[in-house]
Design a protein around this ligand. Structure first.
Ligand code: ATP
Length: 367
């Protein structure tokens, strides 16, 4: 009986990686392990170092310090063409004067493979991305989305150990982005190829990753699966960057059963889940996602034990298609963001409302 092959949890490994450009330290003492077969996104704002990290792995930059490993082998001194990586960038970077077939075949030509095998592999790659019929065309005869799929075919045809993608969807319009995101996701799962995907788009990262690595100023802020980083953000930056968070200043009062009780600026109290250990009197901030509130008319509110409740007036309302986004001003002038998903959300600007939220959706972070 064949033994089941365990997946390598550190298929790609960055160990103490640092990269300096003159005075700018783009990546700072970075340790990161990428499991075999997974899709990992490097997520962060412009300038946080994600492209630099990818370029170091690709061999396009050398690290100032630290080591990189693929399949346990140190890569620092291995030239780019010997690293067996597939790469896709924002601009498709197809050769304009070569046919689609020749574009896809490009990476195979230097591999000592017979013409007939090259033909077979290219045809298979084009079939995989559902563009089997375009081999004879030139890149200019394809749409932007199709060109990006050709770039994908060119990257996978060499059967890379790791697929690197740097903002591959950012040149596409919203609908195409969605299609392409699913295409990449399905292809990655079907091929099982270890993939590192750079993006500054949190929705993209959350929707397709096995693991999200949130970066800022050259440091990893948090890594984990999408639910972990979204629901259990470890700090203000991560909670804010992943979208639609409310932050409310508070002071720790006491433990109340499984929750902590905190006092807000207007002397109201709130039950929360602490992200770490707190002492009485500590200043902290509560993070509440805009989607976690239940909204209703103030006059309809029925107090329920153990629920956190806020009262205020709607000061802004935007209909977003599937949801309605509200901004509600509390008596103490604090404005909370609420996203309501019900089919017809009747509330209007000026309405007096209550917002209710369970303690488990109120996370307490150190300031
Ligand atoms: P973006 O999303 O805008 O591409 P990023 O997170 O990928 O940003 P990097 O491109 O890795 O960020 O850049 C990180 C930092 O390093 C930035 O401050 C950038 O200006 C700097 N940097 C990157 N490449 C170079 C270079 N070749 N020379 C000098 N500084 C550089």
């Amino acid at each position: 009986m064949a033994l089941k092959q365990e997946k390598d949890p550190a298929f790609v490994k960055f160990k103490g990686i640092e990269k300096q450009f003159g005075k700018v330290v783009a990546v700072k003492k970075m340790d990161l392990e990428i499991p075999e077969g997974s899709l990992v996104t490097l997520l962060g704002p412009s300038g946080c170092g994600k492209t630099t990290l990818l370029r170091i792995l690709a061999g396009l930059e050398s690290p100032t310090q630290g080591d990189i490993y693929i399949k346990g082998k140190r890569m620092n001194d291995i030239p780019i063409h010997k690293r067996n990586l597939g790469m896709i960038f924002q601009n498709y970077a197809l050769f304009p004067h070569k046919t689609i077939f020749d574009n896809v075949a490009f990476g195979l030509k230097y591999r000592n493979i017979s013409k007939s095998v090259i033909k077979e592999k290219v045809e298979k790659a084009l079939e995989t991305i559902r563009l089997a019929e375009v081999g004879n065309r030139m890149p200019s005869q394809l749409s932007g989305g199709q060109q990006q799929r050709i770039a994908l075919a060119r990257a996978i045809v060499i059967e890379p150990d790791v697929l690197l993608m740097d903002e591959p969807l950012s040149a596409l319009d919203e609908n195409l982005r969605e299609d392409m995101r699913r295409e990449i996701d399905n292809l990655q799962q079907a091929l099982g190829v270890t993939t590192i995907f750079v993006t500054h788009d949190q929705r993209e990262a959350l929707s397709m990753s096995d693991k999200v690595v949130v970066m800022k100023d050259g440091f990893i802020q948090q890594e984990g699966n999408p639910e972990e980083v979204y629901n259990n953000s470890v700090n203000h930056f991560v909670a804010d960057f992943l979208g639609h968070s409310n932050f409310i200043n508070s002071i720790v009062k006491e433990e109340t059963g499984e929750y902590l009780s905190v006092t807000l600026e207007d002397n109201n109290t709130c039950l929360v889940v602490p992200a770490e250990a707190f002492n009485k009197g500590d200043k902290a901030e509560i993070v509440i996602r805009a989607q976690k509130f239940t909204l209703g008319y103030k006059t309809d509110h029925v107090p329920e034990q153990g629920m956190n409740v806020f009262f205020g007036k709607i000061v802004d309302r935007s209909y977003m298609g599937g949801e309605v986004s509200y901004f509600v001003e509390l008596d103490n002038k604090l404005v909370l963001h609420v996203i309501n998903f019900v089919k017809r959300s009747p509330y209007r600007r000026g309405d007096e409302v209550f917002m209710e939220v369970k303690p488990e959706h109120c996370r307490l972070l150190r300031i």
